[in-house]
Design a protein around this ligand. Sequence first.
Ligand SMILES: [Fe+2]
Length: 143
Amino acid sequence: MMIQIKEKKKLAAGLNKALAWELRAYAMYAQYAAYIKGLESLTLKPHFAQEASESIGHAGKVRELLALLEVEAVTVRDESPIVHTEDYHVMLTESLKTEETAARTYQKLLPLCKEHPSFTHALMHIYMAELNAVEEAKALLGR
Ligand SMILES: [Fe+2]
């Protein structure tokens, strides 16, 4: 099935940006899940592990949308540096920044696929999940 979308080029570029950001988020959360230690690891190890797998899930959905558009999906992560730390507060701060950027990225994509309900639906789901993750990171930071 050929997908007709007016802003296909812009949408494809944005989806690839989102995909690269998910791949970066995966790498960051996997790293933090491995390096978290002490008392905080009781809650934060499973939390980071879950965020890592959620990032893989989002990447998978975005990749499928790119395939539907018949556009090549990126295979490398966004190059923005990942802060290496064993300080859980820094981890959570980096996590909050990552989720805020993800939410903004999906928010920008929504108007580009207005005329395509299945794209809107898929992206809306991910966008809501990112908003939840932002709130969760804030709560864990005590904000
Ligand atoms: Fe995500």
